[in-house]
Write a protein that binds this ligand. Structure first.
Ligand SMILES: Nc1ncnc2c1ncn2[C@@H]1O[C@H](COP(=O)(O)OP(=O)(O)O)[C@@H](O)[C@H]1O
Ligand SMILES: [Mg+2]
Length: 165
């Protein structure tokens, strides 16, 4: 997958049900670092929030995780740092992101998880890791690609770790 943002494809995994999706979130969390920008792409119901929940719970969040569709962002203060979980589905004009100080969120030392990143337009220029979730007949396929060295390191770790799955 070489698109106009020159994203290099990195790693692909098939997850047959919700629990595997959550488990993959746990696994991925071990390789992420705070400050990274991670996008989750996919249709409604693809599993973006499910995967985010797996990540957040592995990082110490207890309790449910909902897509912050109306508030756009939900911050989580977790033992090792802050995670900002975005859902940009309701953003009609990327300029709306000015009002919530989107750029400041991205520049912070927090880990950013962003659902519906395409609604962010130019406000979302550099992404460390992009997760593309597709429906399969049974379950989902997640394709990870990266734009930065930080993202590449995560993908390389997953590739190595995949021997043990
Ligand atoms: N790997 C998977 N295989 C099958 N069903 C899944 C998988 N991951 C998540 N689901 C289910 O698909 C739905 C996805 O919901 P959600 O995570 O809210 O999607 P999104 O945030 O992409 O709109 C949930 O009902 C969840 O149980
Ligand atoms: Mg969602």
């Amino acid at each position: 997958m070489a698109d106009d943002k020159n994203i290099s494809e990195g790693y692909c995994v098939e997850l047959i049900d919700e629990s595997e999706m959550v488990e993959f979130g746990h696994r991925l969390s071990r390789h992420l670092t705070f400050g990274m920008i991670v996008t989750l792409n996919g249709d409604l119901g693809a599993g973006k929030t499910t995967l985010s929940r797996g990540l957040l719970q592995a990082l110490g969040h207890e309790g449910p995780v909902k897509s912050p569709t109306y508030t756009l962002v939900e911050p989580y203060d977790l033992p090792f740092g802050r995670v900002n979980h975005f859902d940009l589905y309701r953003v009609n004009d990327p300029q709306e992101l000015e009002y919530i100080g989107f750029s400041d969120y991205l520049d912070s030392s927090a880990l950013s998880l962003i659902e519906w990143p395409e609604r962010g337009g130019e406000y979302l220029h550099t992404v460390d890791l992009a997760l593309d979730i597709e429906h399969l007949k049974e379950g989902r396929k997640v394709v990870l690609s990266y734009q930065t060295v930080k993202g590449e390191i995560v993908v390389n770790h997953l590739r190595g770790a995949s021997l043990y799955v």
